[in-house]
Design a binder for this molecule. Structure first.
Ligand code: FE
Length: 337
């Protein structure tokens, strides 16, 4: 498989125009997105999909010889990691400037942003209707309340989704406040952290956990599922938009940037601009149940709409990404492993 992909890219280099994409987005629906880009621009997309860590390692190893033009990752903490490793180059584009809100762009020191959000997801709470009352779980801070002792489930604090949330908590509460909060959450654990977001939702539905955190698209995927087990699980749980009276629900992004050694820089910028187009934004939102980052883009996803309107935290993703340093310290000290 790796050999095939490598030879495909080698071949592609000899026949322009082409774009080499490394993507940690693992959603089948993205396929349509890439073929649409090719239809519009004539630029063929060679794609390597792998886990974020594997892709980052590969780009580091390839160094200046890397054929990769664009890197797509999920979560601001991962994009920030790629940024401080020096993997991106700044991009200045009138289209991206106009369409992608400033708080959804990575580091920008005047030469352009090094990475851009292309879709957003919210980190919400789900609770078991028979084990937890809605008034007990209105905020992230509530997860540390002694009334939830033995009822909170979480994935490992080392997961990028958790690092970003805990980092955001440290931006709002200060490091000491966030550490105290995290200590309270750990004291409430129903079990040792394990599994991904979908596992947390299922454990809440089964009653093993009273409440847990999940990215919205995992929940919506389950809500849209026709499988009887998923329908059953969804009937037992309820979702909360946390912190509606204060700073709003924690938001994260999937996003990408142009790599420092991109052989096809122009195509790479065009690709990012394409991802910011109304049609690509709709694809991204509908395919993986996320929200567009571009205000004018219209998504038609009834399951997403069914979640209702909410107040989103406007903390910048560059700040969220950076805050993972503090978050890592906190999870070490409180044992959120
Ligand atoms: Fe995910």
């Amino acid at each position: 498989m790796a050999l095939l992909t490598a030879s495909a890219i080698a071949f592609a280099q000899s026949s322009a125009p082409v774009l080499n994409l490394y993507s940690a987005r693992h959603y089948q629906t993205d396929e349509a997105l890439y073929s649409d880009f090719t239809r519009q621009t004539g630029i063929r997309v060679n794609r390597i999909e792998a886990g974020d860590e594997a892709l980052l390692e590969r780009i580091r190893t390839e160094g200046a010889q890397s054929p990769a033009d664009v890197l797509l990752l999920v979560d601001a903490s991962r994009l920030w990691r790629a940024q401080i490793d020096g993997l991106f180059q700044p991009v200045r584009s009138k289209i991206l400037d106009a369409r992608i809100p400033a708080h959804l762009r990575g580091k920008d020191d005047g030469k352009g942003a090094e990475w851009y959000g292309i879709s957003t997801r919210a980190r919400v709470m789900v609770y078991n209707r028979t084990k937890v009352r809605p008034e007990e779980v209105r905020t992230y801070e509530d997860l540390a309340n002694p009334s939830l002792k033995g009822k909170v489930c979480s994935r490992s604090g080392t997961s990028p989704y958790m690092l970003s949330l805990i980092g955001a908590m440290s931006e709002h509460l200060g490091e000491a406040g966030a550490e105290q909060w995290a200590r309270g959450v750990v004291a409430n654990f129903a079990r040792t952290p394990r599994g991904g977001d979908t596992d947390q939702i299922k454990a809440v539905a089964s009653g093993e956990c009273g409440v847990a955190l999940t990215n919205t698209y995992y929940l919506v995927r389950m809500m849209r599922s026709a499988a009887p087990a998923d329908k059953e699980a969804v009937s037992r749980i309820a979702m909360v938009w946390p912190n509606q009276q204060t700073w709003g629900t924690h938001m994260n992004i999937s996003g990408g940037g142009v790599l420092k050694h991109a052989p096809h820089r122009e195509a790479a910028v065009r690709f990012l601009e394409y991802l910011a187009s109304d049609s690509a934004q709709a694809y991204l939102a509908e395919g993986n149940n996320e929200w567009p980052v571009v205000a004018s883009a219209v998504q038609r996803n009834p399951a997403l709409d069914a979640l209702g309107p909410f107040k989103a935290d406007t903390l910048g993703v560059a700040q969220v990404g950076r805050s993972q340093i503090t978050a890592s310290r906190i999870i070490d000290r409180v044992g959120w492993r």
